[in-house]
Design a protein around this ligand. Structure first.
Ligand code: ATP
Length: 248
């Protein structure tokens, strides 16, 4: 049960996000480490004024262009992302024709199934990452995130990892995949290794990406390609870092 948060509270949105994660924790979707990871993100968000910057918006647009152009894109979902924006992630996967795969750092069959159930309740057609028969291993990774689905991440061209750890992002890039990540910390290894890094809170970024994808879904291929060509990920992250410095 979410605590009632007054909409007039100056930091209402941030508190609502916290409450959703606490509820996710109580429902077995989020683990304690996920709450700690969120805390690190919150610190950066505070410095960004808890708003989506124009640079994040640019990166979100380019990420959508990449998803729409990809032949075999996959959205990777963990506990925090499911707790914060399951519905919007399913919508995004439908519009961009991306598959959905549950992939957890702290693996647990029960938690994976709980997350899959939430996604299916939001009308996800198929949720990958649960069937051990189609499981393969990314050799370079030592954590549990090395297990991926043959029908999903293993054979994808683009992976929208959303919240991720640096090891796996680096490995996916080495495997030749295009990686899109969301990370409020532009200095993390995930942020630096990704092809498109969105420095924004996932709770704002995903709904924003749904709106952008609705606008772009029927765009010409040449237009989408041009947006990607014009985008400089390092420069974009640098601009976000400058905004964080300004916040300090
Ligand atoms: P890396 O391995 O990439 O260097 P890390 O070890 O610093 O990352 P992790 O513990 O793997 O970090 O994950 C936490 C990361 O997730 C932090 O960088 C934090 O900024 C980011 N994060 C947490 N919650 C959110 C959120 N709601 N939106 C966006 N980013 C978030």
């Amino acid at each position: 049960m979410l605590h009632k948060i007054s909409p007039t509270h100056p930091r209402a949105n941030s508190l609502i996000i916290r409450e959703k994660l606490v509820e996710g924790f109580r429902n077995g979707v989020v683990i304690p480490e996920g709450l700690i990871a969120h805390g690190r993100g919150e610190a950066f968000d505070y410095l960004l004024g808890e708003k989506t910057t124009k640079y994040a918006c640019e990166a979100e647009k380019v990420a959508i262009c990449l998803l729409l152009l990809s032949k075999n894109s996959v959205i990777s979902i963990n506990g925090n992302t499911a707790a914060l924006c399951a519905k919007e992630l399913v919508t995004l996967s439908n519009i961009t024709k991306s598959k959905i795969e549950v992939n957890l750092f702290h693996k647990s069959a029960v938690r994976s199934k709980t997350i899959a159930r939430i996604l299916k309740k939001e009308e996800a057609k198929e949720v990958l990452g649960l069937d051990s028969k189609s499981r393969s291993t990314i050799k370079e990774i030592s954590s549990n995130r090395k297990y991926v689905d043959n029908n999903g991440i293993m054979n994808s061209d683009t992976v929208f990892v959303a919240l991720e750890d640096g090891d796996r992002t680096e490995s996916l890039v080495k495997m030749g995949k295009k990686v899109i990540s969301i990370d409020l910390n532009p200095l993390s290894r995930t942020a630096i290794a990704s092809n498109v890094t969105i420095v924004d809170n996932i709770a704002r970024a995903i709904p924003n990406m749904v709106s952008i994808s609705k606008e772009l879904v029927n765009s010409d291929r040449s237009y989408l390609l041009q947006q990607i060509k014009n985008f400089d990920n390092i420069q974009n992250m640098y601009e976000s870092l400058k905004m964080i410095r300004k916040g300090i």
